[in-house]
Write a protein that binds this ligand. Structure first.
Ligand SMILES: Nc1ncnc2c1ncn2[C@@H]1O[C@H](COP(=O)(O)OP(=O)(O)OP(=O)(O)O)[C@@H](O)[C@H]1O
Ligand SMILES: [Mg+2]
Length: 390
């Protein structure tokens, strides 16, 4: 790309988060890492890359960034390992340490170290902990590992193994002998992220979950100023529609594109047209999801509805859950569909393929996006399915 689009920066927010992450109070679980959750398309990744990473670097930390969604076919465990390897590769001193530690005898004096970084990894001869310890000792700086879309780590065995390796590394590096390791994880779904920290056998047990702040009025003021439309945009008119459209900057950009070359609109009518365009785009985006939901088979829809209603208590094959599926099916007068384990299993697979449902390793399920639940609710599909006893 010749030039990247202009971005609104949030240096104060980044500074604040960086400071909180780097200075850990005695007894605080924040050394377990911090989780930042915010809905889809609200600017999480942009903030991590453009604001938070530089803020950590200004505070003299070394940042390792892994995006577990950048390549959906790559195993999340391998993505984490690759990000760490790439950082190791940039530092000759640490490669030398690893070479020595691994007993590589022939180190050419003054020459390049012939050490294969593929030997670092999960169940390899040099563990992630060893590698991060060597890096910490070499650079004598805090290491901050930023994992975007961290919930994907628990969808594969290698991903889970990587999380445990990081936990071990964190405990070691945060001891007095080294220079500290912090983890910052983000994701678009609180329920999914919560799975990484809610149970004692999870690597980030007790790590604080923080609602990542949405772009605010200062962003809208900046946007209105930069929009370069044939008419001025009054920020106070745009702010409420931005909120109603889920704080998604792209919708504003797309609305502006529809009006940019429209020279009939005046300063009087322009803002109204803009507001209409944003609402229309937001509705269209929901329509796409709504169509997918409407095209489900009765049993798929029943499974999706029950999952949305039961939330984190969802147990796919329990008798009580089966009863709820049947209840949901009866409502659509489909009493000839058999509700049994194989049928439910099949429905769950279909829902995953349609990207409505997300599956962690070990058979835990969650609705893919809050937007799906919102659509079900606004279509009245979540009533009448409450579990019998709480
Ligand atoms: N600070 C900003 N200034 C201008 N545009 C922004 C800003 N933050 C995000 N955007 C725009 O909003 C869109 C979504 O941003 P981004 O990918 O960072 O969000 P996300 O929350 O990580 O999304 P996803 O849920 O898909 O991971 C992008 O097109 C991006 O350019
Ligand atoms: Mg993102």
């Amino acid at each position: 790309m010749s030039h990247s689009p202009e971005l609104f920066h949030r240096p104060e927010l980044a500074e604040r988060i960086a400071r909180q992450v780097l200075t850990v109070a005695v007894g605080s679980a924040a050394s377990s890492g911090v989780f930042l959750a915010a809905p889809r398309r609200t600017g999480k990744s942009t903030f991590l890359r453009e604001d938070l990473r530089p803020a950590f670097e200004r505070a003299d930390a070394l940042v390792v960034y892994a995006d577990l969604w950048a390549n959906p076919t790559a195993d999340p465990g391998e993505v984490i390992v690759a990000a760490i390897r790439a950082m190791l590769a940039t530092n000759d001193g640490v490669v030398m340490r690893l070479a020595k530690a691994s007993g590589l005898s022939k180190i050419a004096i003054g020459g390049a170290v012939n050490f294969d970084l593929d030997r670092v990894g999960l169940s390899k001869d040099i563990s992630l902990t060893d590698a991060l310890v060597a890096l910490s000792d070499e650079i004598e700086q805090v290491i901050v590992l930023v994992i975007d879309e961290a919930q994907h780590a628990i969808t594969t065995d290698a991903g889970i193994a990587a999380l445990f390796a990081l936990k071990a590394a964190r405990d070691e590096l945060n001891s007095t002998h080294h220079h500290g390791l912090r983890l910052v994880c983000t994701g678009s779904n609180r329920d999914k992220l919560a799975m990484l920290r809610n149970s004692k056998d999870q690597a980030f047990y007790g790590a604080p979950m923080v609602d990542f702040p949405m772009l605010g009025k200062d962003f809208i003021a900046w946007f209105c100023e930069k929009a370069a439309l044939p008419f001025p945009l009054p920020p106070e008119r745009i702010w409420p529609v931005f909120v109603a459209a889920g704080y998604r900057p792209e919708l504003l950009g797309a609305a502006a594109d529809t009006l940019r070359f429209n020279f009939d609109v005046s300063a009087d009518t322009g803002p109204d047209r803009f507001v209409d365009a944003v609402s229309q785009l937001a509705t269209e985006m929901n329509q796409v999801q709504r169509k997918v939901i409407r095209s489900l088979t009765p049993i798929q829809q029943a499974v999706l509805r029950v999952m949305a209603v039961t939330g984190s208590n969802y147990a796919p094959f329990e008798a009580a859950t089966m009863a709820l599926y049947r209840k949901g099916l009866l409502e659509v007068a489909e009493d000839d569909v058999k509700v049994d384990v194989p049928n439910v299993q099949q429905a769950l697979i279909a829902l995953q393929e349609k990207k409505l449902v997300w599956r962690a390793a070990r058979g835990v399920y969650a609705i893919e996006e809050q937007a799906v639940t919102d659509i079900l609710a606004s279509d009245g599909l979540l009533t009448g399915l409450e579990p019998a006893s709480e």
